[in-house]
Design a protein around this ligand. Structure first.
Ligand SMILES: [Zn+2]
Length: 181
């Protein structure tokens, strides 16, 4: 079975139609248009004493290669919350203050297009322990990094190097029990 072969609403076989200048999968039975959008993800440029935190991936894509800690946003989670959660899950470290760095659109990933929100953290609590999708987690000198897997991550590291942030506008950590509006 191919991607979007069947309608997610009624189960009929989709067909391809050009709508608003784009090729879409559309159901001929119930007219559901299967819109596709980039998936939001979040990552952290975590730096301590001129050293950058990288994780060695335990799962494809780029299994066994180093990259920034991060992952997909969950529902009802902000980009900063996702970045903080992924950092904790993959490295055991908590980042009380995150500063927005940049976002990078990443077309054609293994699970479709991504939109990656990147934050900088320069202070941590907790113990560095690789977990989850990470086989290893280590700080490397910014001036002497191993090869980094994803182009988006390489660009983010480059932007961080070009303009070191001083956590001027940190995104505060949520207080325990805080209700989201
Ligand atoms: Zn349908």
């Amino acid at each position: 079975m191919g991607y979007l072969d069947y309608c997610s609403n009624c189960g009929a076989r989709n067909e391809t139609r050009v709508l608003e200048g784009r090729s879409r999968r559309v159901c001929p039975q119930c007219d559901t248009i299967h819109y596709e959008n980039p998936r939001p993800a979040a990552t952290v440029v975590a730096v301590r004493d001129e050293q950058l935190l990288l994780v060695k991936r335990a799962v494809p894509p780029a299994e066994g290669e180093w990259c920034l800690p991060g992952g997909f946003m969950e529902l009802r989670e902000s980009a900063a919350e996702a970045a903080r959660r992924e950092l904790r899950e993959e490295t055991g470290l908590d980042a009380p203050d995150l500063t927005f760095l940049a976002f990078c659109p990443t077309p054609g990933g293994i699970r479709g297009d991504l939109l990656v929100f990147a934050f900088v953290s320069e202070a941590f609590t907790g113990q560095l322990v690789p977990g989850d999708d990470a086989r290893d987690a280590r700080f490397f000198p910014l001036a002497d990094l191993p090869p980094v897997a994803f182009r988006c991550h390489r660009e983010l590291i480059h932007s961080y190097r070009g303009s070191p942030l001083k956590s001027a506008h940190p995104v505060p950590a949520p207080t325990v029990g805080e209700k989201r509006p």
